[in-house]
Design a protein around this ligand. Sequence first.
Ligand code: HEM
Length: 111
Amino acid sequence: MTELRLYLAQRISAAIMVPLVLLHIGVMIYAIQGGLSAEEILGRTRGSLLWGVVYGIFVLAVALHAAIGLRNILREWCSLQGVLLNTLSWIFAAGSLVMGLRAVAAVVGSA
Ligand code: HEM
C-alpha cells in the first residue's frame, strides 16, 4: 500500500512539475531580455505572494519527487530497506524542502 502511494505521489508530483518547468523556462527567457541582474529578479519577486506560492509548490513537488526517486534507487542499487531506507529518504526530502523553501523565502521576502 505504501509503495503504491509512493508510486502515485511520484507520478502526481512529476505531473505538477511539467507546467512549472515550462513556466520557469518561459520566465527565464523573458527575464534575460533586459539583462540578468539580481536587482531585476528581486524587483519582480520581492513581496510577490504569487511567485512565493508558485515556487513554493515547485519546491514541494521536487522535494517529494526526488526523495521518492532516490528511495527507489537506494532500494534497487544499494539493497537498503526498512527503517534505514525510509530514514535516509526522509532526511533527503526534509533537507531539499528546507533548502528550497529558504531559497524561495530569500527571493520573495523583503531585504
Ligand atoms: C518536469 C520534471 C520531471 C518529470 C516530468 C519527471 C518524471 C519522472 C518519472 C515519470 C519518473 C518515474 C520513472 C520510472 O519509474 O520509470 C521519475 C523518476 C525519477 N525522477 Fe523525475 N521527473 C522530473 C523532475 C525530476 C527532478 C527535478 C528530479 C531531481 C531533483 C528528479 C528525480 C527523479 C529520480 C531520482 C527518479 C527515480 C529514477 C528511478 O526510479 O530509477 N526528477 N521522474
